[in-house]
Ligand binder design. Structure first.
Ligand code: ADP
Ligand code: MG
Length: 695
């Protein structure tokens, strides 16, 4: 193993590298831009660009690219070489400040959800100096935001950065009220835990459904699944271990703080968690992590599956978005603290989040809405589609005693007066963590667990930031006006608990009882993407995003449109892949088996031997294959009948209710056929083959 500290960040043009390679005044100017968002002047940019280019060339780079995150959910890059012709048919390597700061990729082929029609097709990319440039496959990658010429965001980074600004503004107002004068910036900290599956690449290639759609569209339950619970935290197999080691190194070189790795609940399922960092950087790093995971898997003869539900009947993959607020002075605002002042401030932030989650359940659900994630949410394995919040028994009791003005049991003195009394001591790392909760307080941060494994974390974090910023804004408005701060604070916290405690739930989120209870409490239950997305454009949401300058009405409309369109396209691709596999692979395979069975039956009869088995089996296979053929016919019809001129929301509903439902029916028949068909005949690897393929 090479020297890790030396390897760490070796492919990143990071702060130490800038310090080493830039003249002092230039370094200072750049640092100011990075820390305070001050604009960068062209002279500074030119010097930075030249230094970056020299560094990149020394590391073997020949090209640069503006690396951005369009609405496709993955990253995009267009590579330009550094070459510039000079006299005598020769070239020199050049890279200007202008090229560093701004790029102009053709925006017309990226999803814009209607923005394209109203604005110029060309978009531009703008350097995000808060995220470091890095090297990937001989190319200098410059993290950028991607906007239309009118300034409308066409990507996931722009609104995330805007939301971080909004939260910073409002959190600072609140901190001032508590007398924090030294804090000049509040950032979000984010640590995303990433789940994934590994399967053998040779088998993967034989599963066209995995290749085209990322998930298996067919597959009978294998004799062994995850019922023995022997995989979670189990011994890591040698091939997987070699992969994880290689993956860690590649991530470390990119300055990504990969830390924890272990086996997950399902066979062939694993997890990687980095150490948390600033929200924006964590988002860039998570996108890179997903990319590197796939690349390294290929090197090890495996395929890394990031789909939310690659296999029916075993756990799907999610992503846990650990989120907190941190000051530039290094204080975690969700750390309960020891003194009354800190406690009061903590409680105010806590109830702000309580109210934000209650008021904006729809936004949290929307932020994780995708065709893939619909399989998990509500699937008795992951958090349900109902948003609720878990804060642990101790905190819940404290909130209850504050609300009711009753003494807190675990404390000798009377009722709690915020800002005067210290909070009673409560265990910070509560061991009785509620693993079923979609949004759980885990000691000094919240863990949002509804994200799908392939999701970009940009949108969930953007939503969280705006929601919380909006409540803090209202709190600051109220408290800034108050004559008696402590009295107003007490009243505000008490009222907020009373009005929003319905969102708290400490029980089993997978149970039917909770579904019923949540309905009684009036909580939203939006099981599918088609149900959730229309809420995005509600008047309250438009007002919320516009109030904080995070998204305009047009931008929200376009985002909603893109997500709905993606959903329909995804289901359409799945349906077409299914039809292809049924007609080209499954039915021919079953027919071949039936042919051999018939031949055997005929010869047996000629010899006067009873052919009971063959006849019985033939009957079953024949009935089911006809059934599958009919189901496929109906599915083809359903796809053809998709409403073409209807709005995106209506189309999504159709795909969910009609196309997807028919896919489920067709699958059920195909899986029965798989069970009955001889191994040699079945046209692709089974679940058993795939899930236990890597030793
Ligand atoms: P578990 O699986 O028990 O939830 P892990 O260690 O796998 O725990 O993941 C916890 C994640 O939370 C890590 O990525 C960690 O860096 C992150 N985290 C810890 N503290 C904070 C914080 N203050 N803000 C954001 N993320 C945090
Ligand atoms: Mg974990």
């Amino acid at each position: 193993m090479s020297n890790v500290p030396e390897m760490f960040g070796s492919l990143v043009f990071n702060d130490p590298m800038m310090k080493e390679r830039l003249p002092k005044d230039i370094y200072k100017a750049l640092k100011k831009t990075r820390e305070e968002g001050k604009p960068l002047d062209l002279h500074v940019a030119n010097v930075v660009a030249a230094a970056m280019k020299n560094w990149a060339i020394e590391h073997g780079a020949t090209h640069f690219t503006h690396w951005f995150q369009p609405m496709t959910g993955i990253t995009a890059e267009k590579h330009d070489s550094f070459i510039s012709p000079v006299e005598g048919g020769r070239v020199v390597m050049e890279f200007s400040g202008k090229e560093l700061i701004k790029g102009e990729p053709d925006a017309s082929s990226f999803p814009s959800g209607g923005l394209r029609a109203t604005f110029e097709a060309r978009g531009y990319t703008a350097w995000d100096p808060t995220s470091d440039a890095f090297l990937k496959d001989g190319t200098l990658c410059i993290p950028t935001a991607f906007c239309s010429y009118g300034g409308e965001a066409l990507d996931k980074k722009t609104p995330l950065l805007r939301s971080m600004e909004a939260l910073d503004r409002q959190a600072l107002r609140v901190l001032r009220l508590f007398g924090n004068e030294d804090v000049t910036r509040v950032d979000t900290t984010v640590g995303p835990e990433q789940e994934y599956f590994l399967v053998d690449n040779e088998l993967y290639k034989k599963r066209k459904d995995l290749v085209y759609t990322g998930r298996t569209l067919f597959g009978a339950k294998p004799p062994k699944g995850q019922e023995l619970e022997d995989h979670y935290f189990g011994v890591i197999k040698p091939r997987v271990s070699a992969y994880m080691k290689d993956l860690d190194e590649e991530l470390w070189k990119l300055g990504i703080l990969a830390r924890t790795k272990h086996n997950e609940a399902a066979p062939a399922q694993h997890e990687l968690a980095p150490i948390f960092t600033t929200g924006n950087l964590a988002t860039d790093h998570n996108q890179l992590t997903m990319e590197v995971m796939k690349k390294v898997a290929a090197r090890h003869g495996m395929a890394c599956l990031l789909h939310e539900k690659p296999f029916a009947g075993v756990n799907g993959s999610g992503k846990h978005n650990n989120w907190s607020l941190s000051t530039n002075t290094g204080v975690n605002l969700l750390e309960p603290g020891d003194s009354p002042r800190e406690n009061a401030q903590f409680l105010l932030f806590l109830v702000a989040i309580l109210r934000a989650v209650d008021e904006h359940q729809d936004l949290l659900r929307i932020s994780v809405a995708s065709a893939g994630n619909d399989h998990r949410l509500g699937g008795y394995e992951a958090p349900p589609a109902i948003v609720s919040m878990f804060i642990g028994d101790d905190l819940a009791e404290i909130l209850e005693s504050i609300e009711k003005g009753t003494p807190y049991k675990k404390r000798d003195t009377g009722e709690i007066e915020i800002g005067v009394d210290a909070l009673p001591h409560f265990p910070k790392d509560t061991t009785d963590r509620n693993r079923t909760s979609p949004f759980a307080f885990t000691g000094n941060k919240f863990e949002f667990r509804m994200l799908g494994s392939s999701d970009s974390i940009a949108c969930p974090n953007m939503m969280l930031n705006v929601m919380v910023a909006d409540v803090l804004r209202d709190f600051a408005d109220q408290l800034e006006r108050a004559e008696d701060f402590n009295a107003a604070l007490n009243k505000l916290i008490r009222r907020t608990i009373k009005e929003h405690k319905r969102i708290l739930f400490n029980g089993n989120n997978y149970s039917d009882e909770w579904r019923e209870e949540a309905a009684r409490r009036g909580l939203l239950n939006l099981p599918s993407t088609a149900d959730a997305l229309p809420y995005y454009c509600s008047e309250e949401n438009v007002a919320l995003f516009e109030r904080h300058g995070v998204l305009s009405r047009t931008e929200i409309g376009s985002r909603c449109e893109i997500m709905l369109e993606n959903y329909c396209k995804q289901l359409q691709i799945e349906a077409l892949t299914m039809l292809d596999l049924i007609h080209k692979d499954i039915l021919p395979a079953v027919c071949a088996y039936m042919k051999d069975l018939s031949a055997t039956a005929v010869s047996k009869k000629e010899l006067g031997v009873p052919a009971e088995l063959e006849t019985e089996l033939l009957k079953k296979l024949s009935a089911r294959s006809s059934g599958l053929y009919r189901a496929a016919g109906e599915l083809a019809q359903d796809v053809d009948n998709a409403p073409k001129d209807a709005g995106a929301a209506q189309q999504a509903r159709y795909y969910h209710e009609t196309v997807f439902a028919q896919m489920e029916r067709a699958r059920a028949v195909a899986d029965e056929l798989e069970v009955l068909t001889g191994r040699e005949y079945w046209p692709f690897p089974t679940y058993g083959d795939l899930l236990f393929s890597v030793r």
